[in-house]
Each structure stands twice: as C-alpha cells, then as structure tokens.
Ligand binder design. Structure first.
Ligand code: BEZ
Ligand code: FE
Length: 296
C-alpha cells in the first residue's frame, strides 16, 4: 500500500481489482471505483454527506419488496435505466443493419407482473377499471413491414386514476393486464382505458430525493407493452397519450417522441369493432416494428 494521498487511494483500489478473474467484472469494478473516486474529489465530499448517502441507500433497501422495487425506481429517476435501454438499442443497431428503425424501447418500470391472462383479440382488459374506454389497434411487423403473425403483446396499464393494481392492496388481483397474439396479418386489437398521468411511488427515499431537488414526481399517461416474436428482439415500450400533462417532465426520462400517440375521441355509437358504446370513447392506433435477433 502507498501513502494515503488522494491519488494513491484510487491507484490502490484499482490495483486491488486488477486481478479479478472475470474480465467484464474487472472492467465494471475498476470503472466504478474510478468514477466514484472522481465524484468524491469533484464535490469535495464531506463525511456527513457521505454518511447521508449511505443512509439513503440503506433506506432504499429497507423499503424494497418485489412489488416495491425502490432501487429500480432510483435507477429510473437518475436516468440510468433509460441509459441502459438506449445503450442496448444502439448495440442492437450495431449488430443488425437497419435495427435503428425498430420501434423505440423505454423503461419497463416496477409494475410489470408476469403471467397476465392470454386473451382473445378484441377483449376488454379495462372492464371494471376506472377510466374512459379506449380501443387499441395496430400491427406488429419486422423492419421491412412484413407482418409478424402470432407475436405476443403483453400489456399493462394504470387506471384512469393513475393507479396500478399492485398499488391497491398488499394482496392485489390482476387488473388492466392481458396478453394478446397477433392474427395472420400481424394485427392486434383490444379494449382498455385511456391511461392518465400519475406520480411514481413517492413515499420513500426516492420521493424525498425528488422533492429535495425540486423535480417532478409525475409520469405522463402511458400504456406499457412488451412485444415478442420468435427470431426478433423483444421490445419493452410504452404508448404515450398525446397532450398528457408531464410529457416534457417525465420523472423517469422514458418519454420518446416516436411513442406519443393521438387518442382520438369518438361519440357514443358503434365502434370500429362493432361494439355498441354508450359513452364517448377513444381509439389509438400504433404499428410496432421489431428488429431481428442478432445471429449468434
Ligand atoms: C411505470 O411506468 O410504471 C413506472 C416506471 C418507472 C418508475 C415508476 C413507474
Ligand atoms: Fe407506467
């Protein structure tokens, strides 16, 4: 060990990681040590600030459960989740010519619940869910626009009050979730509600951080979709409601212009799928383009 001046500390820590057998782990740990030391030097980190940071991480761990993943929320609100999503898309576009043309991905968020029921096309996952009815339709294609038959759309949404099922009770039942398979022409259609903006869970340390820094705690209205098809890169994305408040202040930096969709308002009457609507409703149309999986 060298004498403990600032530069020597960093050098010693990097040397301690230098013989990590796994080269990728070595790269990750040495870069982390380098950047974290540079951060401490840049801000001249004080002991009480360092301790407050550790207490913050401790509280983040203490509030976390599988239904309340506060560390994911921390990553989301620091923009790190979106950075990882953007890097993955850039990597895919380097591996597959034209993959940059695929529909843009965005954050998964903490409310995905695997195992939603697989439902016939045209089903209504918004039954009994507060909110205004909305009809969703479109196609899933490859990058050349060829339909992907049998693609699986896993859909989840908050309700018209901005609440997800998992936030409603300690033992929630699924609501506003469903899985749909595209037909032979790659088409999908289903009913749900038009989602509204909502606050990210803000009663924990991440909420405290957002308030202390004067940041928005809100996400603009959106519906989540995870779309998969054999031989293609699985896409995790949202459709955002055009005109929703907070489109420009998404607390997790997930909004992409290419994912903002007009929700057209219709008077009561026969909807496009023949359903008789007693109240006004909305429709939203969007085609998803999946990149081919890179050859291994
Ligand atoms: C969501 O869209 O469900 C979400 C994403 C990130 C943080 C909180 C919520
Ligand atoms: Fe969401």
């Amino acid at each position: 060990m060298s004498d403990y001046n600032q530069d020597a500390i960093t050098k010693d820590v990097l040397a301690a990681f230098a013989s990590t057998p796994d080269p990728r782990l070595r790269e990750l740990m040495t870069a982390l040590a380098r950047h974290i030391h540079a951060f401490a030097r840049e801000v001249d980190l004080r002991p009480d600030e360092w301790l407050a940071g550790l207490k913050f991480l401790e509280a983040t761990g203490q509030i976390s459960t599988d239904k309340r993943p506060e560390f994911i929320l921390l990553s989301d609100t620091l923009g790190l989740s979106m950075m990882v999503v953007a890097l993955a898309q850039a990597r895919a576009s380097g591996q597959v010519k034209g993959a940059i043309e695929a529909t843009e991905a965005t954050v998964e968020g903490p409310f995905y619940w695997p195992g939603a029921p697989e439902l016939p096309l045209g089903s209504d996952i918004g039954e009994g869910v507060p909110g205004e009815p909305a009809f969703y339709m479109g196609r899933v294609t490859d990058l050349d626009g060829a339909p992907l038959a049998g693609a699986l759309l896993d859909v989840w949404s908050g309700d018209g009050d901005g609440k997800y099922d998992v936030q409603l009770s300690a033992t929630p039942t699924m609501r506003a979730r469903g899985r749909f398979r595209t037909d032979a022409q790659g088409r999908y259609w289903f009913w749900s509600i038009r989602p509204t903006y909502y606050p990210v869970p803000d009663d924990g340390p991440v909420g405290d951080m957002l308030r202390a820094t004067g940041r928005s705690i809100y996400r603009p209205g959106h519906i989540h979709m995870q779309i998969s098809a054999p031989g293609h890169v699985t896409l995790t994305t949202h459709l955002f409601v055009a005109g929703s408040p907070y489109l420009e202040q998404d607390a997790v930096f997930g909004k992409r212009d290419s994912l903002v969709v007009d929700f057209e308002q219709h008077p009561p009457g026969k909807a496009v799928d023949g359903r008789e609507m007693q109240a006004p409703y909305y429709s939203a149309s969007y085609d998803f383009r999946l990149a081919p999986a890179a050859a291994s």
